[in-house]
Ligand binder design. Structure first.
Ligand code: ATP
Ligand code: MG
Length: 465
């Protein structure tokens, strides 16, 4: 196995970002896992400033529903960002295309999302790219906001500034962001509303919230009831969504309004639970923890002197409020010793075989060569462009129905004597990727091994750089 630095070895690729891959790193002696976002500055010299801002903001944050930042390492042509490893994969993977998920599950994730966004806003931070692809899950299925690449500070020392930059991912972007200037909080809240539609209906309501978009105008005009996705939703979720997806940001509901809404507070029954048993409200205890952190954090955290500069220093001794576990020996990873947090107890992770919960994969009955042949044939028949690299990774490209590029990768690996075909989104919309996966799976139905889905499962280590 390739070593990154002494004591830390590479695991598999977790995902792909705009400027490079995100890889798993494992500590040889403790088995602890860290996600490492790699930014290739040679290929993307413009990324230097972005990374500086992303890390300056991310390091301010400490919340159970936000991926924890551990530190970064700067080399002449590479930046490495070390993050809490979210082993549950991405939220979009839990959304069944055109169906969504159970109300219970959607409410759980939505409550956690709102709790994290409330925390972010309390810190004066706007995320600006909230979408299911940037919402990860931990081993207990708790939602974690990630990717602060477009985040910004909109309130400092109690003074709010309006934002100017048009950014985000079009279907999730609020109408005022496209017109500018805009207030940060309602814009993030809008994206949460689109996420809620995706969770409950498995589709996005429109390409963009502009007058040119007929689906958006139908919604704005209130004549949407016979159309999808709205007709799939019940009255109470629709009422909440109507309050969030209100065109005018000043009339849009606030986080406090959302938290009081009847859909948000309702107790849904967990599918498959014993009749009459309602799972205790998880957000209550989470909220207490969060409030505690918030109070302590506010007392101890120095004001950010200026996010555009590289001068942010956080005094470890002052950061008594930090409470999330961080791997031991993290300092080995941080060349420039930007140690973020006080060291705490190592977590329970003690195996080199990390578990990844991903649903976009299946085992097949066929041998490796036959599997590759069948997959490539099916992809060609569906007019995908395919490319295989030396490690056997197949890169599959096409355009989605919004005419946006969609790129995903398939790895065919042998595991426990069986062949696993594992798909991962590389670029584009997570929901579209899920739709394509379902279609490809149906084309290979005759070779797919039936039986209970065996996840979580270990994933073999891929080619190393
Ligand atoms: P983009 O601009 O395409 O959103 P990015 O450069 O901002 O990408 P991220 O969104 O931070 O990169 O990461 C890309 C992908 O890597 C994620 O969608 C996720 O699949 C995976 N990933 C990122 N961070 C983690 C983590 N902490 N744990 C597990 N997987 C992660
Ligand atoms: Mg991202």
């Amino acid at each position: 196995m390739t070593e990154f630095v002494d004591g830390w070895i590479f695991g598999h690729t977790l995902g792909e970002g705009a400027y490079g891959e995100v890889k798993l790193l494992l500590n040889k002696s403790t088995g602890e896992a860290v996600a490492m976002k790699m930014i290739d500055l040679e290929k993307h010299p413009d990324a230097r400033q972005t990374v500086r801002k992303e890390t300056a903001i991310h390091r301010m944050l400490s919340n159970p529903n936000i991926v924890q930042y551990f530190g970064k390492r700067s080399e002449p042509n590479m930046e490495y960002i070390f993050l809490e490893y979210a082993s549950g994969g991405e939220l979009f993977d839990r959304i069944e295309p055109d169906v969504g998920m159970s109300a219970w599950e959607a409410q759980k994730y939505f409550r956690q999302l709102i709790s994290a966004v409330e925390y972010l806003h309390s810190k004066g931070v706007a995320h600006r790219d909230l979408k299911p692809e940037n919402l990860l899950l931990d081993e207990n299925d708790n939602l974690k906001i990630s990717d602060f690449g477009l985040a910004t500070i909109y309130r400092m020392q109690g003074k709010e500034r309006c934002l100017e930059r048009r950014c985000g991912t079009l279907p999730y972007v609020a109408p005022e962001v496209l017109l500018r200037p805009y207030h940060a909080e309602p814009a993030d809240i809008w994206s949460c509303g689109i996420i809620l539609v995706a969770l409950l209906a498995g589709e996005l309501p429109w390409d963009q919230s502009l007058a040119e978009c007929p689906e958006y105008m139908t919604w704005r005009n209130g004549k949407y009831m016979s159309f999808t996705p709205w007709r799939k939703l019940d009255n109470s979720s629709l009422s909440l969504i109507r309050n969030i997806l209100t065109h005018s940001p000043s009339s849009r509901c606030t986080i406090q309004d959302i938290k009081r809404h009847r859909w948000f507070v309702k107790k849904f029954q967990k599918a498959g639970s014993i009749e009459g048993y309602i799972r205790p409200d998880e957000t209550d205890s989470r909220q207490v923890l969060e409030d505690e952190n918030l109070t302590r954090f506010c007392l101890s955290q120095p004001e950010l002197p200026g996010i555009e500069t590289n001068t942010v220093q956080i005094n470890l001794e002052e950061r008594a409020g930090f409470s999330f576990s961080q791997p031991a020996h993290i300092e080995d990873l941080l060349l420039c010793t930007q140690v973020q947090n006080k060291f705490t107890q190592p977590s329970q992770q003690n195996t080199f075989q990390r578990l990844v919960r991903r649903m976009t994969r299946f085992f097949v009955k066929t041998e490796l060569e036959e599997t590759v042949k069948r997959l490539i044939n099916s992809l060609n028949n569906e007019s995908y462009t395919c490319r295989i690299n030396d490690c056997g990774t197949i890169t599959i490209s096409s355009m989605d129905r919004r005419k946006m590029p969609l790129v995903f990768k398939a790895n065919i690996v042998e595991m426990d004597g069986k062949i696993l075909v594992d798909f991962r989104l590389s670029k584009g919309c997570g929901l579209e990727f899920k739709r394509r996966f379902v279609k490809i799976k149906s084309l290979l139905e005759d070779i797919i091994l039936k039986g209970p889905v065996t996840w979580p499962i270990a994933v073999a280590t891929e080619c190393m750089p």
